[in-house]
Design a protein around this ligand. Structure first.
Ligand code: G3I
Length: 386
């Protein structure tokens, strides 16, 4: 009887062992086959997930963030509070590599102020809490933008529901409440985002139409009143080099500063591609003239899309690395460039595939969270210039 029980027990144990061994073999094979094909794989459209990151191969080496602190530059990424709290690998990579976080969407008007009398700080609070627990700074993004406005705002605009005074009250209440909620916890705010057109004119927007051009100065003033310690930025794209847009941004800032408006810096988004990016000397010249105004510069949303080139993948990634290296080098050499952020953590988290409808790989880490040539290029400059 006992002999039979022992046999059954042994049989069960052997069976379990066989299952475990088979599972491990399959897992290893799966992992290897993903690794083998990686060089040619880019983010498929609409499949961004936060759970594909595997332990980076550089885990014991000095990180981007720690090295860049040596020359006074914060290195950042756009993040989601949800992923920070639900995906350990995502959170681990963020806390290891970065010193600065920007909530990609959670502090935008449509998310944080979904009804006239209701604010929702849930996801933004997750980002701020994670940053505090890990000793990272936060860039608040963004207080005033024409885009990602809630329905209650756009509906009221369409219906002409409010007077100029009422729109002023709405925007002031929004800024006081959001900046006030995070007072002392946000290192820098993108106060106004994308207010100038590529032709160098004030961009037509709900805020321009309802309040008038003053909305920009008022927004900076209110943000300063709500948190006098936070750095306040104007943030935009395509104004990185010397062109009509960057000239208008410069003139606007000059005017604001002369009028005593509290502006601390310019956010250069840096959404660029292998075939379209600012020349290093122009970027440096633009940073210099902003420095002469007393303004800091943050590279706020960098990504380098590769879909516009048909070169082999290895060549594209090498060109991408050279572009990242060039932009980082200009920032490092400019005394007023104090932060360098990418727009998303890995290629699996980028906004670009869903926006363009094409696969891409625009960031420093691949879909598995492994460092790409661009990451290595920046690490190499950081190490060589310590
Ligand atoms: O939140 C809704 C969700 O409820 C819904 O189920 C889902 C269905 O599509 O959409 C979700 O909203 C999306 C939102 O991101 C949050 O994921 C929007 O459709 C989508 O359009 C939105 O895209 C964001 C985009 O700004 C909006 O213009 C991107 O994630 C974000 O990366 C991007 O960021 C901007 C910066 O703020 C400013 N500079 C340019 C940069 C790139 O466009």
């Amino acid at each position: 009887m006992l002999g039979n029980k022992l046999k059954v027990g042994l049989f069960v144990i052997l069976g379990l062992l066989a299952v475990v061994v088979t599972w491990r073999l399959l897992a290893t094979e799966f992992h290897l086959s993903r690794t083998v094909h990686l060089a040619e794989v880019v983010t498929p459209v609409g499949t961004a997930t936060a759970s594909a990151i595997i332990e980076p191969t550089v885990a014991s080496a000095p990180s981007l963030g720690s090295l860049a602190l040596g020359h006074g530059i914060l290195i950042g990424s756009a993040v989601s509070g949800n992923w920070l709290t639900t995906d350990k690998a995502y959170a681990g990579l963020v806390s290891r590599e970065f010193t600065l976080l920007t909530p990609e969407n959670s502090m935008k008007f449509e998310v944080i102020h979904p009804a006239l009398d209701r604010y929702d700080f849930f996801d933004g609070d997750l980002v701020v809490k994670f940053a505090q627990q890990n000793g990272l700074r936060v860039r608040g993004h963004t207080l005033v933008w024409f885009n990602q406005l809630p329905k209650w705002v756009t509906d009221a605009y369409k219906k002409g529901s409010y007077t100029r005074e009422q729109w002023i009250n709405i925007l002031r209440d929004h800024i006081y409440t959001v900046v006030g909620h995070y007072k002392g916890k946000i290192y820098a705010w993108d106060v106004v985002n994308e207010a100038i057109s590529d032709q160098g004119l004030l961009l037509d927007s709900l805020w321009l139409d309802t309040i008038g051009p003053d909305y920009i100065a008022l927004a900076f003033q209110w943000a300063h009143e709500a948190d006098p310690q936070a750095l306040l930025f104007y943030n935009d794209f395509s104004g990185e080099g010397m062109n009509i847009k960057s000239q208008t941004i410069y003139s606007l800032m000059d005017g604001l500063l002369k009028a005593g408006v509290p502006v601390d810096g310019i956010g250069m988004q840096m959404h660029i591609s292998l075939v379209k990016y600012p020349a290093a000397r122009e970027l440096a010249a633009n940073m210099r003239r902003l420095e002469a105004l007393g303004l800091q510069v943050h590279i706020t949303e960098m990504d380098v899309r590769i879909q516009d080139s048909s070169a082999p993948m290895a060549e594209r990634l090498a060109t991408q690395a050279a572009i990242y290296k060039e932009i980082y080098t200009v920032c490092m050499q400019a005394p007023n460039c104090t932060a360098f952020s990418t727009w998303g953590l890995t290629d699996a988290h980028s906004w670009i595939p869903s926006f363009t409808g094409h696969a891409d790989a625009p960031l420093l880490f691949d879909q598995n969270g492994q460092p790409k040539p661009a990451y290595k290029a920046i690490i190499n400059i950081l190490k060589s210039s310590r």
